[in-house]
Structure formats: structure tokens, C-alpha cells
Design a protein around this ligand. Structure first.
Ligand code: CFM
Length: 537
């Protein structure tokens, strides 16, 4: 049973009128016969609705800053905020110098009632002193949680004093949870300060090797970044920095030396990509290393950009040898997956990226969406000029990158750039809608009520999302897979990742567990009502 406008309306009809009016704007059924299908995104969730979103602090400290391994990240706030951003995201890191890898620590000022009443600045300064004494990091970040903004602690002043005292960079982030409608605001706050104060402060004028690139928006969840780096290095690329999975402060400082920036997660880091182009003249290329074909296409596009005979030959050689190795295994799993259907609802980019892998396994994505993406992630970057800045977005301090007179260098001529833009997605992202089939549903900020309703109508074989709805879905008898933390597995990127993903979801499909669970619709009527003299109630 597919979805159509009438059935969608039936679901929406269960909402009170005002809520219905709001939610209707966040959902559409893909139609390619109409040129544009606008969606409302990056707006407040209606209070009372159970959403899967996080907060600005989660986006800043948890997502962008947290994976940088050689900085100590201090959370200024009550202990819960620190605890819940403590490695649950599974952004892995390893270091040649174990004394400069702080990824396993959770450092918080543990604010108590007295700190809320009398202020927490002194406590924060003391924690910085302790961190310096114990860890000797090269740099520190301070992330604000909600109460810090409410009581007005001046973290910037504490950071400045600590910098003078200890002689290392101490970056202060006003990423209080309420600073935006979701974690997306926190990405922006983190991007701005990294660009303003870290990127480009390194000594290197040029990269030490040929084909230098930055990998942006890759957070090494379950080791994804390591698999992508393995492939890139085998081809002959020099990875200057990864932002920020298994990332390093030292490497990020020299990110200006790259000749090309790759953008994996557009939502969380397109700000830095754009600013690197403005400031240093480095173009960015949208890539997707999820899925075999996505990986191959990304590698070929990179080769086109560098336009070097040897690099192109090596690219093809690596693709051929990887395919020969993995295809026979992948095809075995495909036999288990073929013909199945999926819902794919993740944060701000995976809801789109993983559809590649599903389709390679013969699985059709019936519904997809993002928790907190913006309209451009659904509809393509060309809508950016038409997006209105609302009060919530104005909360984010503005930062405009300017040309670095000393280090700006055009990496390719303007003519060549135009020529390349016609062939590869340079500075371009077409969004999720572009790749989805007609009749499929696109939902922004899907909530728990809608989750259950869409499952009842479409009965997908697998639902990929996160911890907040995983067990609800599983209890409905649907194979459920976390695509944030990968359920303790991974990597899922690159060639090896595609095989690992295929293996994991095949195990899910083949598990006899589902025979022991009876989904509610098998023994309960979907509609309940009584017939009275006046009619149906
Ligand atoms: Fe980018 Fe991410 Fe995502 Fe994201 Fe996230 Fe994540 Fe995500 Mo969870 S940066 S937008 S804020 S790809 S933590 S690694 S999985 S919601 S789809």
C-alpha cells in the first residue's frame, strides 16, 4: 500500500487544526512533474511534540568541537550536559602521541546551585588551571550550556584571562542549548569561531605533498573517516586535515594549504567550506562516500578536478581492485536485501546519503527526512537566497570571512572553474529531493506520532534513525538500525563500509527475532469506533 495525498491527509487530520497547518508545511510527496516543492525547515518544533532533535550545545560541542582530539573540551554547566555528550556519538580518534589525545575524557565544571546563584566564572577559571596542570593541551575550548547564558557568566573574559595566564589558545563558544531551534545553530557557532581563530593560523604556506585536500563534514563515526582516508591515501592524495573526525588542532590550523575541500556533511560544515573559498580561494566539492557508487563517483570527480593523468589512472586502478575484492561479498548480502523497503530518517545529511546504499542493495526508500536540516538540504542550494532569516537564526553571532591578502590563491583559473562546474558538483549540492523517487515521502523533523502512523500505512522492512525512536520502532516489529551511532558497528563509509552495512542489515533481516513479535496491526483493529443512532462516532 503506497502513500498518496489522501492518506497523508488522513494522518494529518488527527492533529488539532493549528498543529496540522504547521506540520503540513514540513511534509511532501515527491513529484518530478512540478519544478519546485518547498518544505519548511529549521523552524521551531511545536512544544509538546516528541521530536528527535538536539540542542545548540550538542551541535557545537558534541558534533563539531568534540572530535578534535588534541584540544581539551570543557563543558561549563551542570554535569548532565557533559555526561550526555561523552562519546555516545562514537566519533573515534587515535593519536601517535597518546598524551595529546583527550577524546575519552568528559570535562565539566559540574555547576551546582551555589554557582547558579553566585556565578560560575571562578569555578571555570579553576577548571582551566587544573586542565593545564594535568593534561598540558595545546588548546582548550569552553562550551556554554543553558544556565551559563541565563546567569550571564562572561566566558569570553575567563578565556582571555586564561590565555594570558597559560599561553595557549582558549576558545569560548556561546552555544547555550537554547541558541537555536536545534543542533544546527551550534554547528554554525562552532564553524564561525574555528574559521575566525584557528584555520589559517598555522605556519605552512604550502602543503608538503601533492594533491592536498581537506575532508570537511566527516566525523569518523564508527571509523568512517579512517576508511575514507585509507582510500584517498592509496590513490595518492595528501589529507591536510579532517574536520573534525579524528581531527587535530595542529592540522586544522594549516587547512588553508589544501587545493580542494571535500564536503561530506553539507549541513554541519558548509559555512567553513564557503568561507575557505572566500578567504583562500579554495573551491569545495560535494562528495558522498556512503555507498559503492557514491564513493566511486566522488573519487572520479576529484580526479577530474585535479586533472592529472597519473592520479586519474591510479583512481581507476584503486576502484577496480576494490570492486574486485568487495563485489562478490556485497552481492551475497544483496540477495537477502533485494525487494525490501526502508524509511531513512537521520539528522542533517545521512537521511539522504544512505539512500545510495539502500538502492545498491535493492532496497527502496519510501520515506526520508532530516531532524534539523535547512531547506537547501532538501531542495538544493539554489534556494538559499530565498530563505528568510528568522529571529531564531539571528541569535547566532554573525561572522563574515574576508580575503586573506597574503594567502589567497586561486587554485584553478575562473575559466577552468566554470568548465568544471558543468561536470562536477563544485560549490553545489542539489539536496535530497533531487535523488528521491516520485511518490516517496519527504518529512522534516519527523515526530513520534507521525513515525507510528507512517509505519502503519507503509510497513517498511527497515527503519534507520536514532536512539530516541529505535525501540518504539523495534517494538512495532520493524527491523531498526541506528544511523547516528551505527549501533556499535561501522564503519559504513567507503568500500569496506558498504560491505559492513550490508552485513549488518542483512543480519537484521535474517534474524528470527521478528517472528516472535506480533506487530499491533496484526491483532488489533487500526480504527476504533462505535456506531450510534446518530452515525459513526
Ligand atoms: Fe552531519 Fe553528522 Fe548528520 Fe550532523 Fe548529528 Fe551525526 Fe547525524 Mo547524529 S554532523 S548532520 S549533527 S552527518 S551527530 S555525524 S549522525 S544527527 S545525520
Amino acid at each position: 500500500m503506497g502513500m498518496n495525498e489522501a492518506k497523508l491527509q488522513e494522518i494529518l487530520d488527527q492533529y488539532p487544526a493549528k498543529v496540522q497547518k504547521n506540520r503540513k508545511k514540513h511534509i511532501f510527496i515527491k513529484r518530478s512533474d512540478v519544478e519546485s516543492q518547498q518544505i519548511e525547515a529549521n523552524t521551531r518544533t511545536i512544544p509538546g511534540i516528541i521530536t528527535n532533535r538536539g540542542c545548540a550545545y550538542a551541535g557545537c560541542k558534541g558534533v563539531v568541537l568534540g572530535p578534535i582530539k588534541d584540544m581539551v573540551h570543557i563543558v561549563h554547566g551542570p554535569i548532565g550536559c557533559g555526561y550526555y555528550a561523552w562519546n555516545t556519538r562514537r566519533n573515534k580518534a587515535k593519536s601517535d602521541d597518546p598524551k595529546q589525545n583527550f577524546i575519552n575524557y568528559c570535562i565539566s565544571t559540574d555547576m551546582q546551585e551555589s554557582d547558579i546563584v553566585f556565578g560560575g566564572e571562578k569555578k571555570l577559571a579553576k577548571v582551566i588551571d587544573e586542565v593545564m596542570e594535568i593534561f598540558h593541551p595545546k588548546a582548550i575550548t569552553l562550551s556554554a550550556t543553558c544556565p551559563v547564558g541565563l546567569i550571564g557568566d562572561d566566558m569570553g573574559a575567563v578565556a582571555k584571562a586564561a590565555e594570558a595566564k597559560h599561553g595557549v589558545q582558549v576558545l569560548s563558544f556561546s552555544c547555550e542549548g537554547y541558541k537555536g531551534v536545534s543542533q544546527s545553530a551550534g554547528h554554525h557557532i562552532a564553524n564561525n569561531i574555528l574559521m575566525e581563530k584557528v584555520i589559517g593560523t598555522g605556519d605552512q604556506e604550502e602543503a608538503p605533498a601533492k594533491f592536498p585536500i581537506n575532508l570537511l563534514g566527516e566525523y569518523n563515526i564508527g571509523g568512517d573517516g579512517w576508511e575514507v582516508e585509507r582510500i584517498l591515501k592509496e590513490i595518492g592524495y595528501h589529507v591536510v586535515s579532517v574536520m573534525t573526525g579524528d581531527g587535530s588542532y595542529e592540522a586544522i590550523k594549516n587547512a588553508h594549504t589544501a587545493e580542494l575541500n571535500l564536503v561530506q556533511c553539507h549541513r554541519s560544515i558548509n559555512y567553513i567550506a564557503e568561507m575557505l573559498e572566500t578567504k583562500y580561494g579554495t573551491p569545495w566539492l560535494k562528495v558522498n562516500f556512503i555507498g559503492i557508487q557514491g564513493t566511486i563517483e566522488s573519487l572520479r570527480n576529484m580526479a577530474l578536478y585535479f586533472d592529472d593523468k597519473e592520479l586519474t589512472l591510479k583512481t581507476e586502478a584503486v576502484i577496480a581492485s576494490e570492486l574486485a575484492r568487495i563485489e562478490p561479498i556485497f552481492d551475497q548480502y544483496k540477495k537477502i536485501c533485494e525487494g525490501k523497503t526502508a524509511f531513512c530518517f537521520v539528522g542533517g545529511s545521512r537521511g539522504h546519503h544512505f539512500q545510495n546504499l539502500f538502492s545498491e542493495l535493492g532496497i527502496e526508500t519510501l520515506l526520508a527526512g532530516y531532524e534539523f536540516a535547512h531547506r537547501d538540504d532538501y531542495e538544493g542550494r539554489e534556494v538559499i537566497p530565498t530563505i528568510k532569516t528568522d529571529a531564531d537564526s539571528k541569535n547566532i553571532p554573525h561572522y563574515t570571512a574576508e580575503v586573506d591578502e597574503k594567502r589567497f590563491r586561486l587554485k584553478v583559473s575562473p575559466e577552468k572553474l566554470e568548465e568544471l562546474k558543468a561536470k562536477i558538483p563544485l560549490g553545489e549540492y542539489k539536496g535530497m529531493r533531487f535523488d528521491m523517487k516520485d511518490g516517496s515521502i519527504i518529512v522534516d523533523d519527523l515526530n513520534h506520532f507521525e513515525t507510528e502512523e507512517f509505519i502503519k500505512v507503509l510497513k517498511p522492512d527497515i527503519f534507520t534513525s536514532g536512539i530516541k525512536d529505535k525501540y518504539v520502532i523495534q517494538k512495532m516489529g520493524i527491523n531498526s538500525k541506528q544511523l547516528h551511532s551505527y549501533d556499535y558497528s561501522g564503519p559504513y563509509a567507503g568500500f569496506n563500509g558498504a560491505v559492513k552495512f550490508a552485513e549488518d542489515i542483512s543480519m537484521g533481516f535474517a534474524s528470527p527475532t521478528w517472528n516472535f513479535i506480533t506487530p499491533p496491526w496484526k491483532n488489533q483493529p487500526l480504527l476504533e469506533g462505535t456506531v450510534t443512532e446518530e452515525g459513526v462516532a
